[in-house]
Design a protein around this ligand. Structure first.
Ligand code: CTP
Ligand SMILES: C[C@](O)(CO)[C@H](O)COP(=O)(O)O
Length: 260
């Protein structure tokens, strides 16, 4: 009888972005939140979820300060868990950072979750829901929240007497069908590798439109399943987001799953 290999999950944390929109002059994963680098919160959240047998962090190349943070994190958790740790240099865009991480995953990994370092407060429940759907057989799973704004599509349009930059509404999709997508996004590892190989044949303009991993899997024609995300899983993108994350950590909204 052939033995069915047990599912082993890796979590990739992409932390190699420069944080232009946050505008702090240092890579975003190093920006302090509650007095500690954002990456520290994100890694703690992943470890707390208990789903990973390997954690791989993609960091900016030749960033000594980031290497120090990672060494400290591995020291903090290395003795308490039998987790395998990998630190890789990320790439010029998010997809390249994901590819760099995929190339160092252990050969027995069967599923992988790709998580933004920029989502430091993601609750364990979101990791659970994603990995549960993978265990149930989904090859791609993403967490999402219902959209609260009215969303419109636009096209460039000039008005007589106005300069460039004016747009015109081309449609209003039904809000009830729209979702704001978060991470961690979970995949069967072979499917995600195939999706990223396919993406490497895209021209630069098409590649620039890729904003998450699920899009690449959609392009293969695979079903992508959606589970409930969390408002705590906000992505720290702008200074306002950082203020909100600080307020969540310090005030009555402090997530109850964070110790201390
Ligand atoms: N070359 C890149 C670009 C982004 N990321 C990661 O992808 C996640 C989501 O990206 P985003 O929030 O856009 O981060 P930045 O690219 O740092 O932000 P900005 O676009 O404002 O520079 C972040 O955790 C970021 O570190 C990455 O690992 N490698
Ligand atoms: C992957 C992502 O976090 C899903 O919401 C998002 O698409 C990343 O986008 P960004 O422009 O790289 O921040």
């Amino acid at each position: 009888m052939t033995e069915v290999p047990s599912a082993k999950c890796a979590v990739v944390i992409v932390a190699a972005g420069s944080g232009q929109r946050l505008g702090q002059g240092v890579p975003k994963a190093r920006v302090l939140l509650g007095g500690e680098p954002m990456l520290v919160h994100t890694v703690r959240g992943v470890v707390r979820s208990g789903i990973a047998s390997q954690i791989c962090i993609a960091v900016p190349a030749e960033d000594a300060a980031m290497e120090q943070i990672c060494t400290k994190l591995v020291g903090e958790f290395g003795s308490k868990t039998d987790l395998q740790w990998s630190i890789v240099a990320g790439g010029a865009d998010r997809a390249e950072s994901v590819r760099a991480a995929l190339s160092v995953l252990a050969s027995d990994i069967t599923t992988v979750l790709i998580h933004d370092a920029a989502r430091p407060l993601t609750p364990a429940g979101v990791f659970d829901r994603v990995s549960h759907a993978l265990r149930d057989g989904a090859k791609a799973v993403i967490p999402a929240l219902a959209v609260v704004d009215t969303i419109k599509t636009v096209v460039p349009a000039g008005l007589p007497g106005t300069g460039a930059g004016v747009e015109k509404v081309s449609g209003t999709p039904a809000r009830s069908r729209l979702r704001a997508i978060q991470t961690p996004q979970g995949f069967d590892v072979d499917t995600l590798r195939r999706a990223h190989e396919h993406a490497q044949s895209l021209d630069a303009a098409s590649a620039a439109l890729i904003t998450d991993d699920a899009m690449l899997v959609e392009a293969l024609g695979e079903d992508v399943y959606v589970v409930q995300g969390s408002t705590h899983s906000l992505k720290v993108t702008t200074p306002t987001d950082l203020l909100l994350a600080e307020a969540m950590l310090a005030g009555p909204l402090r997530p109850r799953w964070i110790e201390g």
